[in-house]
Ligand binder design. Structure first.
Ligand SMILES: Cc1cc2nc3c(=O)[nH]c(=O)nc-3n(C[C@H](O)[C@H](O)[C@H](O)COP(=O)(O)OP(=O)(O)OC[C@H]3O[C@@H](n4cnc5c(N)ncnc54)[C@H](O)[C@@H]3O)c2cc1C
Length: 414
């Protein structure tokens, strides 16, 4: 087999796959309908966090009983376009099943294997190119209303400690000194010192792509219409061009399942929409990113301003952007930092590729010859992109890694 590969999708997963294949001596063509760093990518608009402590999947024990209340609460970060409910239900039932205690606990170790060395993975990915300048090391905090709200999450905190994550807590005068400008709604913070984030995710994608092209990689701006597995597998582009290579790598994020068009095993992938506000020229900035626990949004200081990102909205893949999620983010930033002024706020919506069990789809499948899949990394896609990319390259090279990818295999849902 020739060492040629076509990677579909130039978000963080596709870029990482393309770069690691290139480093192993593959001739790689990266195909995307938009340029890397375009706002159409989830990889552009995320909170930028290298979430090495994200080992708790979103579906947790008792989830079924929490969801109705969240959907009826206008201040909850969970949104559903009700007409979409019948389409969502089969995915949602699997999501609930994944949250049962035994399943949830098994997933913790599988997530830890993907996230724990994210900073090292990003440093290795960006090494030797312009992208490394966007990687910032520092602490990450969880902001709570009070000590009781923190205590209510003791089980999750204990699991993180068990997996080696160090933290300390702050309240009262120490918190006020640590976080100037914090409003009275929040009185408790837990701080994780060994974190990292990307200060400009869009430019990070552009710089990674620049490095890839400078080293001889090809970037083609084109829409992929169809994928045909086989030996060789091939793709057809919107202008009718047909391309084939030794390996096709599918990294089209939330659009990946649609592109497979019912070929291969039954997959469960939702476009879980998230939103951000990007505040330009804020009157002050926190030094480090933080998660606002009751709002489940992340506030991140970035190169050009302050980003507030979050919300989980379930709707059709092509449904228009909503206004209520953005209004909620505006309200939340006002509650966290009541005195914050800013010149303007950019609004953004993007789609996380989300699986019910919180794990990505990764690897080859007998029903999809010639294709390596790497998508479904939902809330932690920026974090785990470089790790998935390295595993894709390992799989292409045929060294052991398909075994390592077993927990993430495509046919795991039966
Ligand atoms: C609000 C929000 C906050 C987030 N915060 C974080 C965070 O702090 N940390 C973190 O780790 N993760 C975060 N995430 C998740 C993360 O952004 C995603 O998981 C990740 O970006 C997915 O990357 P990807 O490369 O798989 O997909 P994408 O970045 O969406 O890239 C997929 C690419 O495929 C291309 N494509 C699709 N179909 C076709 C086609 N037919 N032809 C050609 N090209 C095609 C698209 O144009 C796109 O460029 C957040 C997500 C959201 C929405």
């Amino acid at each position: 087999m020739s060492k040629t590969a076509i990677v579909i999708g130039a978000g963080i997963t596709g870029l990482s796959s393309a770069i690691w294949l290139q480093r192993r001596g593959w001739q790689v063509e990266l195909v995307d309908r938009v340029a890397p760093g375009d706002p159409a990518q989830a990889s552009y608009g995320n909170a930028g966090l290298l979430a090495r402590g994200s080992i708790l999947a979103n579906s947790e024990p008792g989830m079924l009983w929490k969801v109705p209340g969240m959907l009826l609460d206008a201040d909850s970060p969970l949104f559903l376009r009700w007409r979409y409910l019948p389409r969502l239900l089969p995915w949602f039932m699997r999501f609930i099943h994944a949250g049962r205690a035994a399943n949830f606990n098994a997933t913790v170790a599988r997530l830890d294997a993907l996230v724990s060395d994210t900073i090292e993975q990003h440093l290795a990915l960006a090494e030797g190119g312009p992208a490394a300048r966007h990687i910032r090391l520092g602490e990450y905090s969880y902001l709570y209303r009070d000590r009781a709200a923190y205590a209510a999450e003791a089980a999750g905190t204990a699991l993180k400690k068990q997996y080696g994550l160090k933290s300390y807590t702050l309240e009262g005068a120490a918190l006020a000194e640590h976080m100037p400008g914090l409003g009275p709604r929040y009185g408790f913070m837990s701080v994780y010192p060994d974190y990292g984030w990307i200060t400009d995710p869009g430019q990070y994608m552009r710089d990674l792509a620049e490095g890839f092209v400078a080293r001889g990689g090809r970037l083609r701006l084109a829409e992929v219409r169809t994928i045909t597995p086989g030996a060789p597998a091939h793709i057809a582009l919107a202008d009718g061009t047909v391309l084939s290579a030794g390996r096709l790598v599918l990294c089209a994020g939330a659009h990946s399942q649609k592109l497979l068009n019912r070929q291969g095993p039954r997959l469960w992938l939702e476009a879980e929409r998230g939103y951000h506000l990007f505040l330009r020229k804020p009157s002050f900035m926190p030094k480090n990113p933080m998660m606002v626990e009751d709002a489940k949004c992340v506030i991140t200081p970035m190169a050009q301003g302050l980003r507030i990102a979050g919300i989980a909205e379930y709707a059709r893949l092509d449904a228009p952007r909503g206004t209520a999620p953005l209004a909620l983010l505006r309200k939340r930033i006002g509650q966290v930092f009541p005195g914050l002024q800013y010149e303007s706020a950019d609004e953004w919506m993007g789609q996380r590729p989300s699986t019910p069990d919180g794990l990505p789809y990764l690897g080859e499948d007998a029903k999809l010859p010639g294709i390596i899949s790497a998508f479904g990394s939902q809330h932690i896609g920026l974090t785990i992109g470089p790790r998935l990319g390295r595993m894709v390259a390992d799989i292409a090279e045929g060294a052991r890694p398909n075994r390592d990818a077993i927990p993430y295999r495509l046919n795991r849902h039966g």
